[in-house]
Ligand binder design. Structure first.
Ligand SMILES: Nc1ncnc2c1ncn2[C@@H]1O[C@H](COP(=O)(O)OP(=O)(O)O)[C@@H](O)[C@H]1O
Ligand SMILES: [Mg+2]
Length: 330
């Protein structure tokens, strides 16, 4: 299968008065055409900064992409000026982003119609009439009831779940190669969350669009993604097809995450949920050894001497950065 995007050794740092925050410190990942991938890790581990770096939406200063490449359609798009026409076109039509809070992306003073048709007119060069027709179809696709009647409403006239549906419609409006959804359903109730994830999966599958689903909740992504990257303190610590990750997690952090969330189809009584104890490290003052060591129950003597291990292959498409050869049945 062909690759849509490849991130190589990406590093994004923030200069603050207390020191340099190494928010993303050597991330590599790739996504194939039509693939649905999860990026998972505790809050603050660098998921959003990774994705914002890909889109060159980091505020410079205090942030700066200090190393790495983002190969998209054969080109390193980090070489494009962040405010240049190439990046605008990529952000407008090629890689769409959906954020947690749709009100930050929707313009409150413009109708939904205007916001949808504007991108269609600019990026797909559609005339206003065709654009309006397509916008109504897009809203119907994301199951907004009476799309024709509601298209002239303003964002505040929609509920949170409905606004997120509008965001999905907007994200897909120009047939992007890839959608990045950063905690798209975190602010919503569980039922709405499931409906939206289902809808998003259905929509990207129908259009053969790649999707990267960013979330702090490993339980949420389980049934929607084909492959998962687990992040810890600015790095990927485990990457694996999801079925393999759930059956044979190899990093102690992943094991901790799995033990701390309810699994699908499992009653709470069956298994006790165990939170991961301790705190994530301070990204300003990172240890040279494995950053998970202070919280790890599986560490061996080498962990205290050697630098943070690089990813090694432990199974088909399964990579882990850990010295201890942990193999836990879950
Ligand atoms: N503008 C900024 N200035 C300083 N630190 C920042 C800034 N933006 C993000 N960070 C830091 O980068 C780290 C990663 O943040 P983020 O990618 O938002 O985490 P996540 O999305 O995984 O919850 C955090 O420690 C955060 O405090
Ligand atoms: Mg985030």
């Amino acid at each position: 299968m062909s690759e849509v995007i490849r991130v190589e050794n990406l590093k994004t740092y923030f200069k603050t008065i207390r020191g340099t925050v190494k928010a993303v410190d050597g991330i590599s990942l790739h996504i194939d055409e039509g693939e649905i991938v999860g990026l998972v890790g505790e809050s603050g581990c660098g998921k959003s900064v990774t994705m914002l770096s890909v889109m060159q939406l980091i505020n410079v200063p205090p942030g700066k992409i200090v190393a790495g490449k983002v190969i998209f359609e054969g080109k390193n798009i980090l070489e494009y000026p962040s405010r240049g026409s190439e990046m605008s076109h990529i952000r407008g039509a090629k890689i769409a982003m959906i954020f947690q809070e749709p009100m930050t992306s929707l313009n409150p003073v413009l109708t939904i119609a205007r916001q949808l048709t504007e991108t269609l007119e600019i990026h797909l060069k559609m005339n206003p009439l065709d654009a309006r027709e397509r916008a109504i179809r897009l809203l119907s696709n994301v199951e907004i009831p009476n799309a024709k009647g509601r298209i002239d409403d303003y964002p505040h006239q929609f509920s949170g779940g409905m606004r997120q549906r509008v965001m999905i419609a907007m994200a897909l409006s120009c047939n992007p190669r890839m959608v990045i959804a950063d905690e798209p359903t975190t602010a919503l109730d569980v039922t709405t969350q499931a409906q939206l994830l289902e809808l998003m999966k259905e929509q990207v599958t129908a259009h053969h669009t790649s999707l990267i689903l960013v979330t702090h909740n490993l339980g949420v992504v389980a049934r929607y993604v084909e492959r998962i990257y687990v992040m810890y303190a600015g790095r990927v610590v485990e990457a694996s097809p999801s079925s393999e990750l759930f059956a044979r997690p190899r990093h102690p952090y992943t094991i901790g995450l799995l033990n701390s969330v309810p699994r699908l189809g499992e009653t709470r009584k069956k298994r006790k949920l165990v939170p991961i104890t301790g705190m994530p490290p301070n990204l300003i003052d990172m240890p040279t050894t494995c950053a998970f060591l202070p919280r790890c129950h599986h560490h061996i003597p080498v962990c205290e001497k050697e630098p943070w291990p690089i990813l090694r292959e432990v199974g088909k498409d399964h990579f882990v950065s850990c010295y201890a050869n942990v193999l836990e049945k879950t």
